[in-house]
Ligand binder design. Structure first.
Ligand code: DX5
Ligand code: ZN
Length: 216
């Protein structure tokens, strides 16, 4: 089965955002991945609701919103108002993760839990049946264009095993340093969804780059 491809807008040319959105709409991208940062949970700030609303108005694809922020539960209504498909919150940012996951579902979105490179897959064993998707970070979150952490492949295999053991239907998404080479390894390890920022937007032909990822 072809992977789900979610280009990360973080690496797009923001001076020509409507052109980038048009390119994505015409491409084989399945979702648009949107990285929200607060300068607290991660050492960087990206974009907030004014930009997200603009993107939401222009997109023909489902939105995959990745919140790299503390207390993401404060923004469930605002994220829902964008028409968001999947709301990703970090395991490390949610002491009451079970409650947040229920709140996201009750708001009418698909809940996804993201884990940082230093967080083991085993921490998900009590939440895996309640989530639509797990996002495994293959770089430390906060910046595009970082090098893929090889150990992620082992974590994808472990997560695939946990999903099979528990009868969970969760999708496995991977984010950070994904390109044709690492993407192929991730799919072999059991990933379902590939997020790619620089591999798409810094490619000479982003549409062709999305096509190639989709054919992996
Ligand atoms: C990093 C973000 C990623 C980022 C990936 O914190 O979560 O989505 O855009 O960028 P690349 O694909 O360039 O590693
Ligand atoms: Zn992301």
């Amino acid at each position: 089965m072809n992977p789900i491809i979610a280009p990360s807008l973080l690496s797009a040319d923001f001076a020509h955002l409507s052109d980038e959105m048009e390119m994505l709409n015409r491409s084989e991208a399945d979702w648009i991945h949107l990285d929200v940062m607060d300068g607290v949970f991660v050492p960087n700030i990206s974009f907030g609701f004014p930009i997200l609303k603009y993107v939401a108005d222009l997109t023909l694809k489902p939105l995959d919103v990745h919140l790299m922020i503390v207390q993401p539960e404060k923004f469930i209504a605002e994220v829902k108002a964008l028409g968001t498909h999947t709301m990703n919150v970090h395991y490390e940012a949610c002491p009451h993760l079970h409650r947040v996951v229920q709140q996201i579902r009750e708001a009418g979105m698909q809940p996804a839990v993201t884990i940082n490179p230093a967080t083991p897959v085993s921490m998900l064993s009590d939440i895996i049946r309640d989530v639509y998707m797990v996002l495994i970070m293959s770089v430390n979150p906060g910046f595009g264009g970082q090098r893929f952490i090889e150990h992620t492949l082992e974590k994808v295999r472990q997560l695939r095993q946990l999903i099979e053991q528990t009868g969970s239907k969760a999708l496995i998404e991977v984010d950070g340093g994904v390109n044709l080479e690492t993407g192929a390894l991730l799919l072999k390890a059991g990933a379902d969804v590939l997020v790619a920022g620089s591999a798409v937007f810094h490619a000479p032909n982003p549409t062709a780059a999305i096509h190639a990822l989709k054919r992996l």
